[in-house]
Design a protein around this ligand. Structure first.
Ligand SMILES: Nc1ncnc2c1ncn2[C@@H]1O[C@H](COP(=O)(O)OP(=O)(O)O)[C@@H](O)[C@H]1O
Ligand SMILES: [Mg+2]
Length: 327
């Protein structure tokens, strides 16, 4: 993972090597490396107790590492550069809204902390409320907001100072699928529009797979895999599979599928069949041969492994037994 070109860490939002943190006898982080490019949406994935929050707190400068070789955020070494980095960073925590103030007052107040004048602060507040679909609730006290609305407010609050880097620790915990989906789409919008780097911790794998440009899977304080969601999935899940979807009301005889190049076994889904193949090199010939069968097909395509499958392989019993798969 480490390359000569990355040695200066100039282009990186986060550059961490050999980060270790212990709490008494508990080793929360056992020497992790992270390289996060500017503009990335990075997902730190892992089960409860994996060390995600500890990582975020150290990167934020609110917790000291036990040992570290490189700890650089936005091009500055920590802790020396902390005062320079802090104004460029946004953090979502649970405790930074004023319940008695309205949504607009909250955001405008925090915008004033970032040095905006009254008019600019109000405009920034309304811009964020508009983006998060809360403009029509701008005058309401946030204590009356739903969990999902409060969560949006916390993220809006983290964005108020137009940060270059935003930390969101489990931003969708406790949210329903619709609210989570909305949040993910805001993150995507902000990251594209403003080139903001996001550092998100989560174990909502479906969401992370759609929003993250890079993920790392952390378990027991060790990074078990790091890369794009697709690359992590391919590295951790060795199977090769094709999905064959017949026209509704028709069927593909299983013996026909098993006779195709590379086919090992087949498994029926509700309205498709999954066929395991020997090797990825078999896929093109399999697709051609399946398409030539005298059946009515809607599609034949490779079925890539999902981030969820990779996570389960890396974090579950199999992952623990086989140790580190890749870094
Ligand atoms: N302040 C602390 N004191 C003692 N142990 C801690 C403290 N913070 C975290 N830990 C321990 O470190 C490990 C990682 O915790 P944490 O970073 O909160 O995990 P995650 O956020 O992935 O759920 C856990 O075993 C946790 O109990
Ligand atoms: Mg945590």
């Amino acid at each position: 993972m480490l390359q000569g070109a990355a040695d200066s860490g100039e282009g990186l939002a986060v550059d961490v090597r050999g980060l270790t943190r212990s709490f008494g006898a508990v080793t929360a982080l056992a020497g992790i490396d992270l390289e996060i490019e500017r503009g990335a949406v990075f997902g730190l994935l892992g089960p409860n107790g994996a060390g995600k929050t500890t990582t975020v707190r150290i990167l934020n400068g609110v917790l000291d590492p036990t040992r570290v070789e490189v700890l650089r955020v936005l091009g500055r070494d920590l802790p020396e550069g902390d005062a320079l980095v802090r104004p460029l960073v946004g953090v979502q925590t649970d405790t930074n809204l004023y319940d008695r103030l309205s949504a607009r007052e909250n955001l405008a107040l925090f915008a004033r902390f970032y040095g905006l004048d009254r008019v600019a602060a109000a405009a920034r507040a309304d811009g964020l409320l508009d983006m998060f679909g809360l403009l029509d609730r701008a005058r309401e006290r946030v204590e009356r907001f739903s969990k999902g609305m409060k969560q949006k407010m916390l993220i809006a609050r983290a964005l108020v100072g137009s940060p270059q880097l935003v930390y969101l620790d489990e931003p969708t915990a406790g949210l329903d699928p619709e609210a989570s989906h909305e949040l993910m789409s805001y993150i995507r919008t902000v990251s594209r529009a403003e080139h903001t780097t996001f550092f998100i911790t989560s174990h909502r794998l479906d969401e992370m797979e759609t929003v993250c440009t890079k993920v790392a899977v952390l378990a027991d304080g060790v990074i078990r895999a790091q890369g794009s969601p697709a690359a992590v999935a391919r590295a951790a899940v060795p199977r090769v599979r094709a999905r064959v979807t017949p026209l509704p009301g028709t069927a593909v005889p299983i013996d026909d599928l098993l006779a195709l190049p590379g086919a090992l076994r087949a498994e029926f889904g509700p309205d498709f069949t999954l066929v395991d193949l020997c090797r990825v090199d078999d896929v093109p010939a399999f697709i051609r041969a399946a398409a030539a069968l005298p059946v009515q097909l809607l599609g034949v395509a490779e079925e890539p492994p999902t981030l969820k499958e990779a996570y389960l392989a890396l974090v579950g019993a199999a992952g623990r037994a086989s140790g580190d798969v890749t870094s």
